[in-house]
Design a protein around this ligand. Structure first.
Ligand code: NIG
Ligand code: FE
Length: 392
């Protein structure tokens, strides 16, 4: 994915791994003789296409319960926003999550992460945000860490305490924001945080409240990201870019000034087409303007029970192409090199290059465009995590 040739595609390639790291990548014929002598184990991947392990850089994987009844209500005419305002939506998942033990939440999250891994996802971001009290938020963040250690996948965990207003703070959103900011130091001290996120929107929090959470994150040296301009334009993306945000996510209603601020800050545009699809949104994100401004574009599953209950990053890539008109090459960059950037992992993840982590997938496919073309299938033949094959 280096941009030198379409997809950076290298025919007849070879990879040398050492421990969990890629030692050398290049054409088979160019394998240096001094390294060749040290090869202890050789695997012929045949004619298969090999890509970096996929990166799902926006998920809400830790929660209990489901929202199938809400789905029914939406089919009877209620909107996502109406359900949220009536106390359903995120709040109903919060009630189920608070009632679940850490081990129950872990079992649910592990089953979801295994589905992603089988599809070829070797790195994922997991947000809290269905606890909304100090104990449950910490429990969800611990579960995120435990998913990483149990499966050997790279997990980045993000605090999304500012996801929705919990019922005990009804009418007091500013007090709740104070509480969210006050939890961060303990979560950080416990080693549970890689980033901090806020849902800035009509049914989330205001730009001023977002700023207060971001100030608390900055005081701890933590990077920020934002659920921005999903249902309306709050100029959240420009605000987040002002804090050097890793990514702005959803961004269907992103403005020209938001794009300019993101380009300036190097903030990644995170497209979540399965949420757009599942909420039957019709307001397209400004993909062409993002391209022209040189903003790196990523694609993620946004797995969550309310707006995106799917567990397929390949389906998100397909929808990024069909619904948002990304090219298959952009969709693959969006789940590898640009997704790594959205997690601050660009030096080690999302590319096949010496020094990067040896996470890669051998696919039963001939051309990389097929990754975005087929849907509802499982083309991964072999998934390699840190140099070790986990399936074939
Ligand atoms: O990314 N936008 C806010 N958060 C989630 C949905 C959460 C839910 O409905 O449970 C999202 O789409
Ligand atoms: Fe989300």
């Amino acid at each position: 994915m280096d941009g030198a040739t379409p997809y950076g595609w290298l025919p007849d390639g070879a990879l040398l791994t050492q421990g969990d790291t890629l030692r050398w990548v290049g054409p088979m014929s160019g394998l240096p003789a001094d390294l060749r002598g040290h090869i202890t184990d050789e695997v012929d991947l045949g004619d298969r296409l090999v890509t970096p392990g996929l990166i799902d850089a926006h998920t809400h994987l830790v929660y209990a319960g489901d929202r199938a009844r809400e789905f029914e209500r939406r089919l009877q005419g209620a909107t996502y926003e109406e359900i949220a305002r009536a106390g359903g939506g995120i709040r109903s998942t919060v009630a189920a999550t608070r009632a679940a033990s850490e081990d129950e939440l872990l079992a649910l999250a592990l089953a979801r992460a295994r589905q992603l891994l089988a599809e070829g996802v070797t790195t994922l971001e997991i947000k809290s945000g269905y606890g909304l009290d100090a104990d449950t938020e910490a429990r969800c963040l611990r579960v995120a860490r435990r998913v990483g250690s149990a499966l050997g996948v790279t997990v980045r965990s993000t605090s999304l305490g500012a996801h929705a207003l919990p019922p005990e703070y009804d009418g007091r959103p500013d007090d709740y924001i104070d509480a969210v900011a006050a939890w961060l130091p303990a979560q950080a001290a416990a080693g549970l945080l890689d980033a901090v996120d806020v849902f800035c929107d009509t049914i989330g929090f205001t730009p001023a409240q977002t700023r207060r959470v971001f100030d608390a994150a900055r005081a701890l040296g933590l990077p920020v990201k934002l659920h921005a301009e999903q249902l309306s334009n709050q100029e959240g993306a420009a605000l987040a870019a002002g804090y050097g945000a890793l990514s702005c996510d959803h961004i269907e209603h992103l403005s020209a000034s938001g794009i300019a601020a993101m380009a300036q800050a190097g903030t990644v545009a995170m497209l979540l087409p399965t949420a757009y699809y599942f909420l039957r949104d019709t307001h397209l994100p400004p993909v062409q303007a993002l391209r022209e401004a040189g903003v790196p574009i990523a694609v993620a599953s946004d797995h969550n029970p309310g707006s995106s209950p799917g567990l397929s990053l390949l389906l998100a890539m397909n929808m990024a192409c069909t619904l948002f008109r990304l090219t298959p090459e952009e969709a693959l960059a969006g789940t590898t090199v640009h997704a790594a950037r959205a997690l601050g992992l660009q030096a080690t993840h999302g590319r096949l290059a010496a020094g990067c982590r040896a996470d890669f997938v051998a696919w039963n496919l001939n051309h990389p465009a097929e990754l975005s073309y087929w849907f509802g299938h499982r083309p991964a033949q072999r998934v390699v995590l840190g140099g070790r094959s986990v399936s074939n």
